[in-house]
Design a protein around this ligand. Structure first.
Ligand SMILES: Cc1cc2nc3c(=O)[nH]c(=O)nc-3n(C[C@H](O)[C@H](O)[C@H](O)COP(=O)(O)O)c2cc1C
Length: 359
């Protein structure tokens, strides 16, 4: 199925690496540089038409290089745009895309699942089918419903290790990806490419996801430590400092309450580094006081991040494997070559000419 992806998006190199849309962290340069490195970069759609059009124009300029143009369909910008459906009008996407069509629209977190059908139809209509539909899901049931409603070109299967928002009840990629693939098989849709997202930060976890049957991998947290990431230095320092991601991060709705973000469907929470806000909540601090302390620290600069800080530090469990900040293109290449080596080592070790002798 990786083959299907390279057919749909001919600039992609094998061991497909995708940079997840990350609201508040994505920049045009990051999206463009991932695509230029043979991956697929995303920007976050946000909620405002003017801002989306301006960003699309910027990415279009940044990706206008002969090597890429030779491999892309005319009039399609070789990046994707992600939307958190619960908080944005469909018209923001359709009006922008009618002028500037990206290769992919990534749909996530609908207020009600039926919205997926309306969005998929609306976007396909606005761009005459030039923009493909990807849907990010977090359970087998959600995957089945998305296939039925949106008829996606690609399914992104997000496991519980993922940084940022996701379903509060979900499994890790390790069991979720194969179970979703079995479900697709039972629907006669084993042709649909599946990408794995959540906890993948290096070539070893990427190789694992490919061995599970995924056609490629999606990384968010790893790209928070890209030079082009649009986040505060304090947040980025935490991404390279944190270890043991299962302990140093947690899933919770606290970050939304601190930021006073309203409207996430009740089944979502977010994975972030545990900081002073989480610790205070644990010993009984009321939200009102926690929010006031959070706001008080918002002007403290980079020192407001860290174990004693209060600024929101979204990160997945793979954060412990991230030790350095580098250009996005170097991250893509490093993950790809490490995955290649891993898969080769496994094949060399476990492929036998003859059946193993009985014990
Ligand atoms: C800071 C941050 C912001 C995110 N924002 C979005 C978003 O706007 N839309 C979306 O669909 N997913 C978003 N995600 C989730 C990603 O799509 C993806 O599932 C996740 O990053 C994969 O797990 P990883 O972070 O362990 O690589 C975000 C993740 C992070 C870490």
């Amino acid at each position: 199925m990786a083959h299907t992806l390279t057919k749909l998006y001919p600039w992609l190199t094998s061991h497909v690496v995708v940079y997840a849309p990350m609201l508040g962290a994505a920049t045009p340069a990051l999206a463009a540089n991932v695509t230029k490195a043979g991956g697929l970069g995303f920007i976050a759609g946000g909620t405002k038409l003017d801002a989306l059009e301006a960003t699309l124009r910027q990415v279009s300029e940044l990706t206008r290089i002969p090597a890429l143009q030779a491999k892309t369909t005319k009039d399609v910008i070789p990046i994707g745009v992600g939307f958190q459906l619960w908080g944005v009008q469909l018209s923001v996407a359709t009006l922008a895309f009618a002028k500037l069509a990206p290769a992919v629209a990534w749909l996530f977190a609908p207020a009600k699942s039926a919205d997926l059908a309306e969005w998929a139809q609306g976007i396909r209509h606005a761009t005459g089918g030039k923009t493909h539909i990807w849907v990010q899901v977090g359970t087998v049931a959600e995957a089945r419903s998305a296939v039925h409603l949106a008829k996606p070109d690609v399914l992104v299967v997000q496991g519980s290790d993922a940084g940022g928002h996701g379903l509060s009840q979900s499994a890790s990629v390790m069991s979720l990806v194969p179970e979703v693939m079995d479900m697709l098989d039972s629907l006669g849709r084993s042709d649909l490419p599946v990408l794995a997202a959540g906890g993948i930060t290096d070539g070893r976890s990427a190789a694992g996801a490919l061995a599970l049957g995924a056609s490629g991998i999606v990384m968010g947290t790893r790209f928070l430590a890209a030079q082009e990431a649009g986040i505060a230095r304090g947040w980025q320092n935490e991404i390279t400092r944190l270890t043991d991601g299962g302990v140093s991060t947690t899933r919770s709705t606290l970050c939304d309450r601190l930021k006073e973000t309203k409207g996430w469907p009740a089944c979502y929470d977010g994975r972030a580094a545990i900081n002073q806000g989480h610790k205070d909540e644990k010993v009984g601090m009321a939200d009102s006081e926690n929010v006031a302390l959070y706001k008080g620290e918002a002007t403290s600069g980079d020192s407001a991040w860290g174990p004693h800080g209060r600024m929101v530090t979204y990160a997945g469990t793979g954060v412990g494997l991230i030790r350095d900040v580098k250009p996005a293109a170097a991250i893509v290449e490093e993950v790809r070559s490490q995955a290649r080596e891993c898969l080769k080592r496994v094949a060399d070790t476990y492929v036998y000419d003859k059946p193993a002798a009985r014990l």
